[in-house]
Design a protein around this ligand. Structure first.
Ligand code: HEC
Length: 137
């Protein structure tokens, strides 16, 4: 997100961002080991996507290597996403995988991903989710 540090943010978002930084600093300075082994991403959009992932995707997709729950592990997802379908960028492939999961079925898996999973998300939420998935290199 190259515009992250731009000045074109509305005041509200800027405030939210600063609050998040403040909370992050606070959390770090408390020095707790944390009870979640997966750190929450710093970028607010990515963090939002991570929240959606945890609520709607983590039941089937692991963040540990080679771990199949129902669907494939997401380790390396951003890297392989650009090689899955000819002519589709990683972002385009991920969008398609979420909106129309039955268009591309990963080798060795069954067509078990719910086709309606994206129906409850706004465009903004889908974008945030994809931004998070693109960090999983
Ligand atoms: C009920 C289990 C289930 C849930 C919930 C689920 N998925 Fe999946 N997903 C699967 C399965 C099974 C596959 C492999 C078959 C296929 O390609 O559709 C898959 C495949 C994928 C792929 C392709 C992975 C690759 O290596 O190319 C992506 C991307 C993906 N899911 C994203 C998501 C996202 C994002 C969510 C949450 C919004 C989600 N899935 C929720 C079961 C699930």
């Amino acid at each position: 997100m190259s515009h992250l540090f731009g000045f074109r943010f509305e005041l509200g978002r800027k405030f939210l961002f600063l609050t998040l930084i403040f909370l992050a600093v606070l959390a770090t300075s408390c020095g707790g080991s944390g009870n979640d082994s997966i750190p929450t991403p710093d970028d607010p959009v990515v963090a939002k996507g991570f929240g959606i992932f945890k609520d709607h995707c983590a039941s089937c997709h692991s963040l540990k290597p080679d771990t199949t729950i129902v669907g494939p592990s997401f380790v390396g997802l951003a890297t392989r996403a650009s090689t899955r379908m000819d002519g589709f960028s990683a972002r385009e492939y991920l969008r398609l995988s979420i909106m129309k999961p039955d268009i591309y079925i990963v080798d060795g898996f069954k067509n078990l991903m719910p086709v309606n999973v994206a129906a409850r998300f706004s465009d903004e939420e889908v974008d945030a989710l994809i931004s998070y998935l693109l960090t999983l290199e």
